[in-house]
Write a protein that binds this ligand. Sequence first.
Ligand SMILES: Cc1cc2nc3c(=O)[nH]c(=O)nc-3n(C[C@H](O)[C@H](O)[C@H](O)COP(=O)(O)OP(=O)(O)OC[C@H]3O[C@@H](n4cnc5c(N)ncnc54)[C@H](O)[C@@H]3O)c2cc1C
Ligand code: HEM
Length: 388
Amino acid sequence: MLSDKSFPVIEATLPLVGSRIGDITPKFYARLFGAHPELLDGLFSRSNQRNGNQQQALAGSIAAFASHLVANPGTLPETVLSRIAHRHASLGITEPQYQVVYEHLFAAIAEDLAGVITPEIAEAWTEVYWLMADALIKLEKGLYAAQANDAMWTPWRVAAKRPAGTGSTTFVLEPADSTPVTAALPGQYVSVKVTLPDGLRQVRQYSLSGDAGTSRTFTTKIDDGGEVSPVLHRNVQVGDILEISNPYGEITLKEGDGPVVLASAGIGCTPSASILRSLAAAGSDRRVLVLHAESTLESWALRSQMTDDVERLDGAELQLWLERPAEGTPAREGFMSLHGVDLPADASLYLCGPLPFMKNIRNEAINAGIPATKIHYEVFGPDIWLAN
Ligand SMILES: Cc1cc2nc3c(=O)[nH]c(=O)nc-3n(C[C@H](O)[C@H](O)[C@H](O)COP(=O)(O)OP(=O)(O)OC[C@H]3O[C@@H](n4cnc5c(N)ncnc54)[C@H](O)[C@@H]3O)c2cc1C
Ligand code: HEM
């Protein structure tokens, strides 16, 4: 909770700092990477720095945190913190790094707001930073402690690599050493670290797409303009070793016996497929509605796995949307919409796909009576939705 001294200062300066924070963060990253170029090798994404996504996410989350403290004194924005903590833990962020980030962030704030910033303002924002940092450090420690091992990266061998719909590939991994393996929950992801052709190491997250537990199978869609997915698709072969993190991610199937709606678009089907697989493996009698949208039937990466699992479950039903319908396959034409879909009352909704898709489906679900607290979504990148 913010101190009585800082509360009015944050309330008064939130609009100013909020409006400047988009300019502060590029200055911050320039300072951070100037002093610590090693953070770009195997930790921060070079592409996110180039396309500005990470700046928006970090800036947005600090502004969102400060707004929350002002609007809801005495509480913390649990969902925001949990998402960031899982992402951080999947990257191996450590407590001492928060001091490094603090120093460079506050030097950038002082530079950007020179002439406006007073010691009182700097002190109040320092308090906000450490309230957020301490909450994240605590969550991240808990996440690390829950793992079956204390290794950040472990070697896994590619046991199989197979095409999975146009432009997608599934990688099945097996442990390449004896490190104890943490059981993953359906819907979780792992970080994968690869070395690029220029020698730089880069990390990306991939949702587990098959069995959860101690299996590690993921499915990637190639992004031709990207750095990591082309290397995975073109360079990584069966028998190669990949460095993988422990599993993280808070968008997992919540226990219970209520109905589940899995709505996905494109490669966003991976966490849905893993949740569906766990329901099928358990012979669940929950009602499960699988809604999936694709451009074409051929591009649906996990089509046979998902249709098989739907068939294995008495209570499951699949509805498909195709931009270009395929003859003989029942599907609605165009983008997914919940209009005309008979949503089970009291359903939990799990969403994954491009942001415009998720925003639209979330709005339609809320209009149809699903409470926001029962809608869970995974973003395949920095969460700009949250930031905005
Ligand atoms: C929790 C989570 C789960 C995920 N699960 C999956 C999954 O199951 N399957 C999957 O396929 N993906 C998944 N992703 C996405 C994945 O992590 C990668 O983001 C994706 O594979 C693209 O990585 P890349 O390295 O190939 O592209 P990147 O190098 O990250 O590039 C991303 C985009 O940025 C653009 N870019 C690069 N430089 C610039 C520039 N200078 N200006 C403008 N744009 C630029 C590139 O053109 C590219 O389109 C997940 C992400 C998260 C966070
Ligand atoms: C209070 C301090 C911090 C805040 C508010 C913060 C906020 C965020 C946010 C919002 C994201 C995006 C999460 C998502 O949407 O998936 C993120 C990602 C990330 N954070 Fe932090 N962070 C903080 C501290 C740190 C520290 C100390 C480090 C380590 C030096 C760090 C390294 C990263 C990295 C590497 C990513 C992934 C981004 C990428 O791949 O480019 N963060 N952080």
